[in-house]
Design a binder for this molecule. Structure first.
Ligand code: GLC
Length: 476
């Protein structure tokens, strides 16, 4: 077997102290090679990881690692990763009576070596995953990484190759296919993104909508050709409609809450105020006390008769980092983070979902999932990987002070605890009960956030360059 080269020769922050050196080493140790080329990183190097697939390279977990690779001049790794993932598409097993959805990308892959040293790449499309969840977000993170790669390296030729062009067309057609939709948002099953278990996140979760918006942006990478111009036009139009829809209907602040509280229901017809038939009785008690004046956020999910009032960090942070929010919303969301710092960040940035569901609600929503007990894991646990979108978001709104303060929290606890996957408890003071240590995206989040803090300009060079818009009320 060819001995792989080290992935970093002289990484930018290595000399900064043991925590940095350790984070780079973890990424290095997690490297997955195929035919002598580094093609990805394992999710965790913890030999005692609770599930076997933590040794896999997950597409979503690799995203922050991929950005670090770009910043360290290892565009070849990102390229190899993008290429490999694309080729794995063909491995998806056909389900009886069902056509393969072209464009769906695997959640994760691993490289298996047999006794002769032959290598085989095995992908998981949710057909092996716990709970058999569909990784809808994989194609989205893949598209965003492709966009970042092109923007950062200027290698447009790679994106314009026939295979990538075909992949992009497949992804876009899959997302834009009309099914049973009446909204511009994307309808997805439960557990189809970072929260890959039952957590009441089926329907139209905010994280998927933010990722969808960035995916549609990749239509710009399609070469103009008569056969696919309609796809480019459709993607552009859908992107605009999606953005204003999320800005208008997912936004919650005290004014909106007051309106919902006094909503009339059972309204039929076109120009009605309560179009989703949200029942004021469904507003949870905590919201009115928790939501500060002059602050706001995007609700977790929205559909017929349903507004999920929980705060989902990744979706909200991406709304800022990708410029999908309006300027006014960006300011109000920042104010929420600042005023509710203890609840949302506590001792480890940042809570994936706030608040936790408990009691009967926990039983019904999670299916009595012991991993997702209140204030643990996906159900109110604190995830250090979120430091990178948090820092990106705060830099985007010119609040480097908040970004730095959050990063210091990570630095003070994460390396010493050897890069756990998540923390438990209301304030995130406990290392997660079933958390891995040596979790690669935790270390990558810590490093990537530092690159952003040291040189905020890299954000736009990695594709986070879109300015906030003015919303419909501001449009007048
Ligand atoms: C857990 C997380 C998922 C992550 C995976 C690997 O399943 O919920 O988001 O991709 O672990 O780290």
């Amino acid at each position: 077997m060819i001995q792989p080269n080290p992935c970093f020769t002289r990484p930018r922050h290595a000399g900064r102290g043991p925590a940095f050196a350790d984070a780079y080493r973890l990424i290095e140790d997690a490297g997955i090679h195929f035919q002598g080329q580094l093609v990805g990183t394992a999710a965790s190097v913890d030999p005692k990881a609770p599930a076997g697939n933590y040794a896999d390279c997950f597409v979503r977990d690799f995203f922050p690692v991929g950005l670090i690779m770009l910043l360290e001049g290892r565009g070849d790794v990102v390229r190899a990763f993008l290429h490999l993932i694309m080729q794995l598409r063909g491995q998806q097993e056909e389900l009886e009576g069902q056509q393969i959805a072209p464009g769906v990308l695997p959640a994760s892959f691993r490289v298996q070596r047999n006794a002769d040293g032959d290598e085989e790449v095995m992908a998981d499309f949710g057909d092996r995953a716990i709970g058999r969840v569909a990784p809808v977000d994989s194609m989205m993170w893949w598209s965003m990484l492709l966009h970042a790669y092109v923007q950062y390296t200027g290698d447009l030729e790679f994106a314009q190759g026939p295979e990538i062009q075909r992949m992009l067309r497949m992804i876009l057609s899959l997302c834009l296919q009309s099914r049973f939709e009446v909204f511009p948002t994307l309808l997805v099953p439960d557990g189809s993104f970072m929260i890959d278990r039952r957590m009441g996140v089926n329907g139209h979760p905010i994280e998927i909508q933010a990722l969808f918006h960035s995916t549609l942006r990749c239509a710009a990478l399609l070469l103009p050709e008569p056969g696919s111009q309609w796809l480019v036009d459709l993607a552009k139009r859908r992107r605009e409609v999606l953005q204003s829809y999320v800005q208008d209907y997912y936004w919650l602040d005290m004014d909106v809450l007051n309106r919902i509280y006094r909503y009339e229901t059972e309204m039929l017809g076109e120009n009605v105020e309560n179009i989703f038939n949200i029942h004021p009785e469904s507003i949870p008690l905590w919201v009115q006390d928790w939501l500060p004046d002059g602050a706001g956020y995007f609700v977790g999910n929205l559909g017929p008769g349903r507004m999920d009032f929980r705060f989902f960090a990744q979706g909200n942070l991406l709304m800022l980092a990708t410029g999908m929010a309006t300027a006014t919303q960006a300011e109000a969301l920042t104010s929420l983070i600042e005023q509710r710092w203890t609840d949302l960040l506590g001792r480890m940035p940042m809570k994936l979902v706030y608040p936790a569901v408990e009691g009967d609600e926990w039983r019904l929503i999670t299916g009595s999932d012991p991993k997702n007990i209140p204030w643990s894991y996906h159900n109110g646990g604190n995830w250090p990987v979120l430091i990178w979108p948090l820092v990106a978001a705060m830099l985007k709104v010119d609040r480097a002070d908040l970004a730095e303060k959050a990063w210091q929290l990570v630095e003070s606890r994460l390396p010493a605890a050897r890069w756990p996957e998540y923390y438990d408890g209301r304030l995130g003071r406990l290392v997660g009960r079933r958390a891995n240590i040596g979790q690669v995206w935790s270390a990558a989040g810590f490093l990537l956030a530092r690159y952003f803090l040291d040189d905020p300009d890299v954000l736009s060079r990695l594709g986070f360059d879109e300015a906030f818009t003015h919303g419909s009320t501001e449009r007048g």
